[in-house]
Design a protein around this ligand. Sequence first.
Ligand code: URQ
Ligand code: ZN
Ligand code: ZN
Length: 480
Amino acid sequence: MSILIKGGTVVTADQSYQADVYCDKGIIQAIGENIEVPSDCQVIDAKELLVMPGGIDPHTHMQLPFMGTVASEDFFTGTSAAAAGGTTMIIDFVIPNPQQPIMEAYNQWMEWAEKSATDYSFHVAITWWDDSVAKDMGTLVNEHGVNSFKHFMAYKNAIMAEDETLIHSFSRCLELGAMPTVHAENGDLVYHLQKQMLAKGITGPEGHPLSRPTEVEGEAANRAIRIAQALNVPIYAVHVSCEESLQAITRARSEGQRVYGEVLAGHLEIDDSVYRNPDFEFAAAHVMSPPFRPKKHQEALWRGLQSGNLQTTATDHCCFCADQKAAGKDDFSLIPNGTAGVEDRLSILWDSGVVTGRLTPNEFVAVTSTNSAKIFNIYPQKGSISVGADADIVIWDGKGKRTISAKTHHQNIDFNIFEGRTVQGIAMHTISRGKLVWTMGKLNTVKGSGQYVKRPAFSGDFDAMKKRAALYEPKPVDRS
Ligand code: URQ
Ligand code: ZN
Ligand code: ZN
């Protein structure tokens, strides 16, 4: 069944214009006026509405096994909830246990993700190192369309990558044309400060931010950026939450280093007062890493988005319900880290970004979709409204309002960090590969209809970087 989106305003990352959009066979077939369509074509009236590329969330963790439990959102419920909010693709994470063969972990996540309702891809985490890891990275890039590898600098005694692993893996990324990404927190410092807080008798969720102050993130962000600089490889920092890491990124970018930064909808809008709430469940529900920060950091992060020093927005959607969070009732370091957001990211960014004038609608599209597609090398297949692109489209009501609540959201979690907030900007219709998966408040997702999106290795950036590196190829001094 083909779809004609009629009478809307197409909004892309670089322009806005009146045009109809015709989709068939999962692809955008035509954009313009008076398009000839078959008699059985479904027509969607998009008058007064905006026709934008479906959101891409470059950071989710569906059904992640973590801290002794498993995230409550799976790939079907999570991609369905995403569709309800206008997001049509996620990039999730394969996270091997230390010493676990990388390909074994990759195959496990691919199996879990088969139930997805919309398209998905994977960053693969490097949590340990030996020659087999280097080899598997090559297999993933050359045969499986993985072009990004994640490094957790936090989570000591679990999935934390030491500097030596970062150096091996970043170097391998350059060889392969893959993007290294980092969760930048100094895991040794966190571990030390956790012990310090517990020794002081601070066992409640208020201990979580106290053990992860912003300097813990700023140090790690700067260290990862400097390692990437020394190795002449690009780098992408996930969930930048504070001024210190934004400053490290801004400095590097102003010196011409290829550094990208991602910010979460939650970190843009929620501050650390949540951890001092007397209700344990409420405070624990907000335990994620990096933690929500004091207010001044939110404004800094918005300036980062506006200035272009942060390029993408995400959610780090990693759901744990109250009974799971209760594992840390007497010790905050045992509270599974993670919060939700995949359904609300676009509305939050519109309400707090476009309605306030911080972002134009075109910039909104860039930071919710197009920039992720470009950075992870799937543009214009994804992140664009162009003939030949996948028909991943959100038909957006920029004036419509809704009140966010766990009582009504489609996310499989009993809490919503944006609970009670009325937002302006809602997805009226969401189209995934030419199928209407969300329309007028009703989900039409089908388990397993999502497809795995291969992301080719980078050539351009890296070839240029390799050439530049060759320019400065150090030579031995001839002392003969
Ligand atoms: O660190 C992450 O990104 C994963 C484990 C989700 N949890 C979190 O607190 N951010
Ligand atoms: Zn993380
Ligand atoms: Zn994450």
